[in-house]
Design a protein around this ligand. Structure first.
Ligand SMILES: Cc1ncc(COP(=O)(O)O)c(C=O)c1O
Ligand code: FES
Length: 457
């Protein structure tokens, strides 16, 4: 029996409830999910998941790229630091400091082990946004006197792109590499873009919108042969695909805890020691974290993150099998519908992120019709703007297709029943919305939409 403590009370979940295996070999979820596939035609279904907790009835959660639910085992670890172990890990004169420091160092070792790093190469931060700022601005500013050029890609997360824009204001030159229609970069273009004054290449490991995995080993080899530092934003990749920082010649890596069932507000930057990468710190102060990131660490967050990292290793095979099985089921069902397409490479992809376009439907109307499923039509921070995704544009998608795309995120606690529900809901509602669409009517009448001259544009 596994204890899950909240406040003064103790709720008990059995480990088998966390990881129950169904007859099909597909793992069942956390005790809170009880989605049932709808009976018969159910276009007006309003609720999907009966949550026995105090939160009531809630939609099915399929937005794992925005964030992942905290693993109860992680919360258990964190609670120790909100109760007994409250010392400042930087207090070196008494036992309160020593015990917390020991736990922080264990967490550091767990975070390092996932990527084959030395614990000394792990710098704790507030999350991957800070890591990306720290890596890009830190390296650029340290080497900037002689090296004023950075290479990145057009499909990076906003925090990489925005850091680059700021560096341009400081006088740096940035090359934004295009991607092919499958979302992958062209390695020849990368090599050609490297100049004598290039200080850094920054290419993300797994894309947060389309799940495409970039060829890290090839990129690392090219960077090392040109003596240019290689940074990768691995917020969506860390613990989910195998990455060895030495095999891939990665010099800096950004990691986020809340994408691996850990707490929000904490992350880590891997900074290589041999050959040494120098950084100009963006946060100055008491010199914590080898002088690269000052400020008192948050032991509950850091140790929760360490536990989440340890669990990513422990659960790797089970997570992979579970996520792959559900992803294949979902993808096969959605792509068997007419006029749907998978965005991004079919081969080089993390299966827990499935991005599909439903032609002749507005993604936003579809999201409205799917209120019982928590989904996103793109990245969480831009979904409020209703702008079509710049990532899908970089792949060559036109506005209409980019607008009709939805991202499905599957994770450790997603159940097969939830996926079955989603498949049925999507099938019914896409059909329903298309029946309302004049474009769909024209397509069915055999009219070539490209031949139409639209008025008023
Ligand atoms: C690829 C990528 N990079 C960076 C981030 C930002 O991470 P954090 O929320 O830890 O700042 C995210 C999260 O959305 C992401 O998906
Ligand atoms: S929060 Fe992940 S894309 Fe903005």
């Amino acid at each position: 029996m596994y204890k899950f403590r909240i406040g003064a009370g103790v709720r008990r979940f059995s480990v088998s409830a966390l990881r129950r295996t169904s007859s099909s070999g597909v793992k069942q979820a956390m005790p809170t999910s009880g989605a049932q596939p709808p009976q018969g035609s159910s276009i007006s279904l309003k609720s999907a998941t009966r949550d026995p907790s105090e939160y009531g009835t809630r939609p099915i959660y399929l937005d794992m790229q925005a964030t992942t639910p905290t693993d109860p085992r992680v919360l258990d670890k964190m609670l120790e630091f909100y109760t007994g172990l409250y010392g400042n890990p930087h207090s070196s004169t008494h036992a309160y400091g020593w015990e917390t420091d020991k736990a922080v160092e264990e967490a550091r070792a767990n975070v390092a082990a996932v990527i084959g790093a030395d614990p000394k190469e792990i710098i704790f931060t507030s999350g991957a946004t800070e890591c990306n700022n720290m890596a890009l601005k830190g390296v650029a500013r340290f080497y900037g006197k002689s090296k004023k050029h950075i290479i990145t890609t057009q499909t990076e997360h906003k925090c990489v792109l925005d850091s680059c824009r700021h560096l341009q204001d400081e006088g740096f030159e940035v090359t934004y590499l295009p991607v092919n229609s499958d979302g992958l970069i062209d390695l020849e273009l990368l090599e050609k873009a490297i100049r004598k004054d290039t200080c850094l290449v920054s290419v993300m490991a797994v894309n947060n919108e389309i799940g495409v995995i970039q060829p890290l080993e090839d990129i690392g080899r090219i960077c090392r042969s040109h003596k240019v530092f290689f940074h990768t934003d691995a917020a969506q990749a860390y613990g989910k695909i195998p990455i060895d920082v030495n095999k891939c010649n990665i010099d800096l890596m950004s990691i986020s805890s809340h994408k691996i069932y850990g707490p929000m507000g904490v992350g880590a930057t891997f900074v290589r020691r041999r050959p040494r990468v120098r950084l100009d710190p963006i946060i100055n102060g008491g010199g914590q974290e080898r002088g690269l990131r000052s400020g008192t660490l948050a032991p509950p967050l850091v140790c929760g993150f360490g536990e989440a990292a340890r669990l990513m290793v422990q659960e790797y095979d089970a997570d992979q099998a579970h996520i792959r099985a559900l992803s294949t089921k979902l993808m096969d069902a959605l792509l068997s519908m007419d006029h749907t397409q998978l965005n991004g490479s079919r081969i080089h992809r993390y299966p827990g992120c499935v991005n599909v376009s439903f032609a002749y439907i507005e993604g936003e109307s579809l999201l409205m019709a799917l209120k019982d499923i928590a989904l996103s039509s793109g990245s969480a921070c831009t979904s409020a703007s209703l702008e079509p995704s710049y990532v899908l544009h970089a792949l060559g998608a036109d506005d209409a297709l980019a607008h009709s795309s939805i991202r499905f995120g599957i994770g450790r606690f997603t159940t097969e029943a939830e996926v079955d529900y989603v498949i049925q809901a999507l099938t019914e509602r896409v059909k329903f919305l298309r029946e309302l669409s004049p474009l769909w009517e024209m397509v069915n009448e055999g009219i070539d939409l490209n031949s139409i001259e639209w008025a008023g544009h």
